[in-house]
Ligand binder design. Structure first.
Ligand code: UD1
Ligand code: UDP
Length: 386
């Protein structure tokens, strides 16, 4: 029996991590039926945003790396489309698997759908309803170029229905007759799988970072809206510094290079103040296992990341999101994620509320049973009548 040839397209940190759930499930349960190839666009290229995950999470190493690097949206995406097209024409995979909402996702969707390769989108249907976000445009366009759409949440599934996708479609599925599924979230699979390993493999991390369990705040900031607007970034970080000093509580901040670049170029005096503040520790991006341990052991998370806010739920931590909207709306309804945008008063109020009452919250299971990757791979087998 010939194997189904699946081409994963990844490029940015969260996609590489997401692909590990699929890679692991193929290795453990589907290796007789599915052959996996991985194309890395090269959108992320620093070791700590890319290579570290392939090593640490034992992910299938990229078979192709386009090495596109950083560039403005149009140029970066067009370089990716050109490179992906060449690989598709040579490799002729049976389908391509896309993750999330980055420029690498969009480039994969455009290149593959125009060449009539079936596109399967993991994390379909998420919407912020803010088309000023590059990710929102990427999501909508990728979903509408897809044949199988795997929605992680009820809200994402409903969004797809509202855009005209019909759950009652029957096979054979095509780009014009797509199938939508409510699947759960492959990142929940990952957190369940790696949480205990993180404790074992990174047991000295807290000591090295001078942190104590439940007595520090974990913060990440990387979204274009916050990093490229130095006024917003300045407000956020000076408010966090004030809160750290008031409560004498350490903040650990593994920052994306984009955030460090903005601090160095547009907020030098504040960056210098943060560096000498005894409660603030700005560090380079950490590995996924290190991040998992920090999320598991912190008191509270403050972030603008989609992935990190969701992981706050997996590890039952209250979370403040530095945006005015989120795609993971069930977390807001649940009261465990608070949206403060870059508003210093809201940030202060929600911080005070969580620091005093953050232990009485409940964290229902919104994200499936931890076997979402297996579910998705079984549906891919069905698509090919296997
Ligand atoms: C991208 C995604 C975003 C995702 C994030 C995950 C898009 C539009 N955005 O944002 O949805 O949340 O990845 O981390 O696809 N840089 C480096 N080293 C690298 C890569 C980037 O220093 O290895 C710096 C460069 O200055 C670059 C900037 O970061 O210009 C932005 O990189 P880019 O890939 O364009 O977007 P991200 O902000 O990483
Ligand atoms: N992450 C990591 N190291 C870090 C910061 C984040 O491993 O220093 C992981 C995090 O645990 C999550 C993913 O990266 O799984 C989220 O990626 P990111 O915040 O870059 O993007 P987003 O999810 O917002 O698209």
């Amino acid at each position: 029996m010939s194997k189904i040839k699946v081409l994963n397209i990844v490029g940015a940190r969260p996609q590489i991590i997401k692909s590990s759930a699929i890679s692991r499930a193929i290795r453990l349960n589907f290796s007789d039926e599915i052959e996996e190839l991985t194309l890395h666009t090269g959108q992320h290229y620093d070791k700590e945003l890319s290579e570290v995950f392939f090593d640490e999470l034992e992910i299938h190493k990229p078979d192709f790396n386009l090495g596109v690097g950083s560039a403005p949206h149009g140029r970066q995406t067009s370089l990716m489309i050109t490179g992906i097209e060449e690989v598709l024409l040579k490799q002729k995979p049976d389908c391509i698997l896309l993750y999330g909402d980055t420029n690498s996702t969009l480039a994969g969707a455009i290149a593959a759908s125009k060449l009539h390769f079936p596109v399967f989108h993991i994390e379909a249907g998420l919407r912020s309803f803010n088309k000023k976000m590059p990710e929102e445009l990427n999501r909508i366009m990728s979903d509408h170029a897809s044949t199988l759409l795997f929605a992680p949440t009820n809200a994402a599934f409903k969004n797809l229905m509202n855009e005209g996708f019909r759950p009652e479609n029957s096979p054979p599925y095509t780009i014009d007759n797509p199938k939508i599924y409510l699947t759960g979230d492959i990142m929940y699979d990952n957190s369940l799988f790696f949480a205990e390993l993180a404790e074992r493999k990174k047991s000295s991390l807290l000591e090295v970072m001078h942190l104590e369990r439940d007595k520090f705040i974990l913060t990440t900031v990387h979204r274009e809206i916050n990093t490229d607007d130095t006024r917003r970034l300045g407000i956020i970080l000076s408010t966090l510094k004030e809160l750290a000093e008031k409560h004498c509580i350490p903040f650990v901040m593994p920052f994306h290079p984009r955030t460090i670049n903005s601090l160095k170029s547009g907020l030098k005096p504040l960056f210098d103040e943060l560096k000498i503040c005894g409660y603030i520790s700005i560090v380079p991006p950490v590995s996924y296992l290190e991040m998992t341990l920090l999320e598991k052991t912190c008191r509270m998370i403050i972030t603008d990341s989609g992935g990190v806010q969701k992981e706050s739920h997996f590890f039952k931590k209250p979370c403040i999101v530095l945006r005015k909207e989120t795609e993971w709306i069930e977390l807001v309804t649940n009261g465990t994620v608070k949206l403060t945008d870059a508003n210093p008063d809201r940030l202060r109020d929600e911080f005070e509320a969580f620091i005093h009452n953050g232990t009485d919250l409940v964290y229902p299971g919104f994200y499936g049973d931890g076997k979402t990757a297996e579910f998705i791979l079984n549906e891919i087998l069905h698509f090919f009548n296997k």
